[in-house]
Design a protein. Structure first.
Length: 145
């Protein structure tokens, strides 16, 4: 099972369609869900929401600009190897103010896609595309290049 835990709702229709498309594609390979949590004014309130919604049996991947930078093949390997020991992988996309140290501390792995800052909805689409790409790579199917 792969879950994306994120703060905020997607407002733009074109991003909703992009995300729905990749969600459908991913579900052909693995059980998948997106859990949207409401944005909060206070980062500590967001921390509380995240902690309430994280499964303690899950391998937690925090998306953070300070995280490890890996390529698509390495992400596919990370996902594949993680499923050997964990039944669930949870990707956490924090709010616009980032996440607290407590959230950083519960993460098993911290991942950065770039030093650039992305709009939340666009980044969610990029994350789903990379999860889909990982599924294709791990199933030895063409798409990757």
């Amino acid at each position: 099972m792969i879950e994306v835990l994120c703060l905020g709702k997607i407002k733009e229709e074109y991003l909703k369609k992009l995300i729905e498309d990749y969600e459908t594609r991913i579900k052909k390979y693995v059980k998948f869900s997106i859990k949207e949590l409401p944005d909060k004014e206070n980062i500590l309130d967001e921390e509380e929401l995240i902690l309430k919604n994280v499964d303690n049996k899950s391998f937690i991947v925090l998306l953070d600009i300070k995280g490890n930078k890996i390529n698509s093949v390495e992400l596919a390997k990370l996902i594949d190897k993680t499923f050997i020991s964990y039944p669930k992988i949870t990707f956490i996309i924090g709010g616009s103010n980032g996440v607290t140290k407590k959230i950083e501390d519960i993460a098993n792995y911290c991942l950065s896609f770039s030093d650039l800052t992305f709009p939340h909805g666009l980044f969610r689409g990029v994350l789903l595309e990379q999860i889909y790409r990982s599924c294709k790579i791990n199933n030895n199917e063409s798409y990757h290049k």
